[in-house]
Design a protein. Structure first.
Length: 252
């Protein structure tokens, strides 16, 4: 019996859903069970040890702070770039260059951002040699991570805002001008307010990307401790080889 297009589509979605469950939730379930394994069976001692450690609160505050600041700066920069692409009279070639440059960081692993920042803003960096002084007093730590996270999360924020800008009606600008609104009020009414939902989505996306990233703090974090590197250095390296293998299998 031949399947019609509707039945074939449903079968395809069921197959994709089953694959998603197998390769996403099964490894997560295995990792969750491993986290409860203790010497005498199951327990919460691993979680208690982490939360009760002296520097856990400071590490969490550091992670939240740098992630929030980076998310906001990336979203603001993405808005400027998206506004330039859609609401200015610049040449099309220049706008296309902005799009490509905004999406280019997606092609690189995050650890390379740290090395690029060092070779650009470090004491012997290219920009430091050109301008004659170091732009950031200490590139290792918060400022380096903030810059790295901003570059890392910029493509996501730009994609969201760039997509929403395509649905904004520029005719409302004419209406705002006829009503005698100032330039700032025009931007607020015709651009900022329609984008509030997208701003929130971009900030949330960028925050979680920055909060969970390991490559940037590992390469340029210095003494500024964040949760991603702390969990690795304090707990992963002490796991037995068998448990490490099981974790890697789960991640695969």
């Amino acid at each position: 019996m031949k399947l019609n297009n509707s039945s074939l589509m449903k079968a395809s979605w069921l197959f994709i859903g089953a694959l998603f469950i197998v390769f996403m939730f099964v490894p997560l379930g295995k990792m969750l069970m491993l986290s409860f394994n203790v010497a005498d069976g199951l327990g919460l001692s691993h979680y208690v040890d982490i939360i009760s450690s002296n520097d856990f609160r400071q590490v969490m505050l550091n992670s939240f702070f740098v992630a929030i600041v980076s998310a906001m700066s990336a979203t603001f920069l993405a808005f400027i770039l998206a506004y330039t692409v859609h609401w200015t009279n610049l040449p099309k070639g220049f706008k296309q260059t902005i799009k490509l440059a905004s999406l280019f960081p997606m092609l690189l692993p995050t650890v390379t951002y740290g090395f690029a920042i060092i070779y650009t803003f470090g004491k012997q960096g290219l920009l430091t040699k050109i301008i004659g002084f170091q732009l950031f007093e200490d590139i290792y730590g918060f400022y380096g991570m903030w810059l790295g996270y901003t570059i890392y999360t910029l493509p996501i924020a730009f994609l969201l805002l760039n997509n929403t800008f395509q649905y904004l009606d520029k005719k409302f600008v004419i209406v705002s001008e006829l009503m005698g609104d100032s330039r700032l009020r025009q931007i607020d009414m015709t651009v900022i307010r329609p984008l509030i939902g997208t701003f929130a989505a971009a900030i949330i996306q960028c925050f979680f990307l920055a909060f969970t990233d390991f490559g940037i703090p590992a390469s340029i974090g210095g003494q500024y401790k964040v949760i991603a590197t702390e969990l690795y250095t304090k707990y992963w390296v002490h796991l037995p080889r068998l448990k490490r293998a099981l974790w890697l299998l789960c991640l695969c």
